[in-house]
Design a protein around this ligand. Structure first.
Ligand code: NDP
Length: 419
């Protein structure tokens, strides 16, 4: 029996809420708090009568530390699941420390305004020192390690699919399949079709920032930077078929490189169709992906936020998306002195997800691990306090929970490797 507070009520949060409500013996009291309270009330109304979980809702501006503290002190959650925007990770972590709650999120901190001078100075220093240019990095949240430890609390960072499950796959491969892992390719394939010429499957702002940024991979202890979308491969995905995929920088590369220094090369690939890339390039060329405020008719607007208003809401794609996702990790390394390959992945069907929880598979594959991660903490299975990413915890109970609650693994011992 636990009190759980979820921040955000978008695509990912709605799945997590549905999944938590399937386990009222653990998630007995749930508060949904977000910027637009009507969305929280809608989900509450849909679920009431179908679950024993007691649901309440609240309006919150997650940028407001005092408002967060007031809400947490009133509701007294054991854990806060932050499923809103990564811009608010730090202020929500501060409020959790103040109120004695565990913390979980699904994306690494990045600032909303990437031109903010104090942040920009630190960023420029990091680009020089570490040689990667993504706006997100884990240093800010790892900086909370001691504070969470001192209070006996856990901050579970990046517990979606990628980041999240992919790191647990690495811990699982190391525990059961390899003595030494030499190379890792994380492959994220969305074989779904929503019928729109252009839409993103999760928050458009975060998605478009990630994809249009300079790419990077990790090799022999160094970051190698390459222009966005400049490395392309084809891969034949189980359940999906042949797809073009592109190398991107992704946050779990940073934590895996830190926690598994033996891995010589870590790359991340994501599939994109031609139409997506054509639209994205065009939007970038005309300045629509910019985060710099501009003045329009006497009002300040941020182009990418304006674009988000025009694009389909990812939470609305469920009924019209068909096909499957296939996300997993391919490893090469050694076991008992012999060279070995191993591929572990999950396939998730968009329509099956929609039938179960009313959402497409990209939200499903993120919301289910968030629920399972919270479950690991609330059941006292994951106990390491401090601020940690998923690969730092025992993968077995987590993967068991994923297998049971909607994201089963498939394994291959003879995968086609990525060139
Ligand atoms: P959505 O845009 O659908 O939802 C975001 C939610 O956060 C909305 O309900 C929004 O409110 C709320 N919100 C935004 N700003 C505030 C604020 N200041 N105060 C309170 N609430 C706020 O995003 P998704 O559900 O697609 O994504 C959620 C998170 O999950 C993102 O961080 C994304 O990067 C991450 N993600 C992680 C993945 C993984 O595998 N690890 C995969 C996919 C996503 P409103 O309704 O008013 O807009």
């Amino acid at each position: 029996m636990s009190r759980v507070l979820i921040i955000g009520c978008g695509g990912v949060a709605q799945v997590a809420i549905h999944k938590c409500c399937q386990h009222p013996e653990i998630f007995s009291d749930l508060m949904i708090a977000s910027r637009t309270k009507s969305k929280c009330d809608k989900v509450k109304n849909e679920l009431e009568g179908k679950t024993k979980t007691k649901i309440s809702t609240a309006e919150i501006d997650a940028n407001d530390f005092n408002a967060l503290v007031k809400l947490f002190k009133e509701f007294k959650p054991e854990i806060v699941m932050h499923l809103g925007m990564p811009y608010q990770n730090l202020v929500i972590m501060d409020a959790c420390l103040e109120c004695g709650c565990h913390y979980l999120d699904t994306a690494a901190y990045e600032p909303e305004d990437v031109n903010e001078p104090v942040w920009k100075k630190e960023y420029d220093k990091r680009v020089k020192e570490k040689n990667f240019t993504a706006y997100f990095d884990y240093s800010y949240q790892w900086g909370y390690e001691e504070k969470f430890k001192e209070k006996g609390l856990i901050a579970l960072l990046g517990c979606g699919f990628d980041p999240g499950v992919t790191q647990s796959y690495v811990a699982y491969a190391k525990k059961h399949e390899f003595d030494i892992i030499e190379t890792l390719d994380i492959l994220d394939c969305n074989g779904g079709d929503h019928g729109y010429p252009f839409a993103t499957n999760f928050n458009p702002e975060i998605n478009l920032r990630e994809v249009s940024s300079e790419a990077a991979y990790y090799e022999n202890g160094k970051w190698i930077r390459v222009p966005a979308m400049s490395i392309k491969r084809e891969y034949n995905f189980d359940g999906v078929g042949m797809k073009d995929m592109y190398l991107l920088h992704h946050e779990e590369i940073e934590s895996i490189a830190k926690n598994y220094p033996e891995i010589k090369r870590i790359r991340f690939y994501m599939t994109f169709g031609e139409s997506y890339i054509r639209h994205m390039n065009c939007l970038e060329n005309v300045g629509m992906l910019s985060t710099k405020p501009i003045n329009f008719n006497g009002q300040e607007i941020i182009p990418i936020q304006f674009l988000k208003e025009l694009l389909p809401d990812p939470a609305s794609l469920g009924p019209r998306t068909n096909g499957k996702t296939n996300i997993g990790c391919i490893f090469e390394g050694y076991k008992d002195g012999k060279k070995k390959k191993y591929y572990i992945y999950n396939m998730c069907d968009h329509q099956e997800s929609y039938k179960e929880v009313g959402s497409q598979a990209v939200s499903y594959t993120t919301g289910v691990p968030a629920m399972c991660g919270a479950m690991m903490i609330l059941k006292g299975i994951w106990t390491k306090t401090g601020a940690h990413t998923v690969e730092e915890y025992d993968p077995d109970p987590f993967i068991d929970a994923l297998n049971k609650y909607g994201l089963p693994i498939t394994e291959s011992y003879d995968p086609i490797m990525v060139e």
